[in-house]
Design a protein around this ligand. Sequence first.
Ligand SMILES: NC(=O)c1ccc[n+]([C@@H]2O[C@H](COP(=O)([O-])OP(=O)(O)OC[C@H]3O[C@@H](n4cnc5c(N)ncnc54)[C@H](O)[C@@H]3O)[C@@H](O)[C@H]2O)c1
Length: 348
Amino acid sequence: MQYRTIAVEASRSYNIHIGAGLLSSIGDMIRPAVGCCRLAVLTDSNVESLYGNSIMDNLRSAGYEACKFVIPAGEASKCAENLLAFLNFLAAERLTRSDAVVAFGGGVVGDLGGLSASLYLRGVKYIQVPTTLLAAVDSSVGGKTAIDIPAGKNLVGSFYQPSMVCCDTALMDTLPAEIYRDGCAEVIKYGVILDAALYRLLHDVPFERESVVARCVEIKRDVVQQDEFDNGIRGLLNFGHTFGHAIEKLSDFGVSHGAAVAKGMVIAAKVAPLCGLCDIVEELSSLLVRYGFDISCPYSASEIYNALLSDKKRRGGTISVVLPRAIGDCTLVDLPVEELETLLEKVI
Ligand SMILES: NC(=O)c1ccc[n+]([C@@H]2O[C@H](COP(=O)([O-])OP(=O)(O)OC[C@H]3O[C@@H](n4cnc5c(N)ncnc54)[C@H](O)[C@@H]3O)[C@@H](O)[C@H]2O)c1
């Protein structure tokens, strides 16, 4: 079987395998990373009904003893109750420190599975098997894990690198169009922040999935290797996210993450020329529209501003925003919060 391997050198080094059809040899693929052990597969109800039997059959025929825990599909499952329920399941199944968790699903499963693995017995190995485009290019790479709590999204988490990522790009064939498009927003983001050549490739709609996923993973890998714990350059990955998070929050998460990031990238692009940086608004907007995004902002400047005041990226009187200097070249700018309010009034 043809697949690409991208090596990550972080606090734990691991390989990311990317190719169509990898699920059919998942058991053999994970052996170098976890050896002979028992596996606890975490998945969600949608992925379970599509691929639950395939993964379990394959793991068992590769000689693994495997158990499975299924959470309801959706962001609401990334919660403390499910974290505790899964930890209890691991204990009831008597998983030991030499066993491993397999997070088989989108970003929700990946984040919950990773956090559980970092906590159970003070840390067991885990494998990411992403099944959404977003999880493949973003959440399965880099070791950020989290759950949501009532006070906010992703407020409880850890940095905990997987032992391997196995990305079967064929699994994305069954994604609903809107969920696939959400991932496309992240892919476009990578082009804008760090890779003009990738950005140009994305003008072929739909893009060639395997090579584009691999390029995005390489970009994220390069960023994470320089700044694993998110104290500097990793902030570039937040292009469009600061404003996007505000829109998600204002919509009470009715606007999906990718749709909000698309709107957020356009706001950031509009702010850039007002800060003396380049103007990519037309170029970026037309590409996002080709991917089917509605790039209008449904909220006023003051609503966005007020939502931003509680953003994680706010430090004292400034807030860190990623702005484009050109397609393929972005920079982090610390803007005083009052200045941001004035800028938003000019662009929204
Ligand atoms: N850890 C990180 O670095 C990081 C980065 C970005 C996003 N995230 C997190 O990722 C989450 C979003 O991830 P997501 O967009 O993958 O959401 P998700 O996990 O909720 O998946 C989206 C939907 O697609 C379904 N699905 C998954 N795979 C499928 C398949 N192959 N076929 C059909 N349906 C399938 C799921 O059941 C779900 O209904 C958020 O919680 C976000 O905070 C984490």
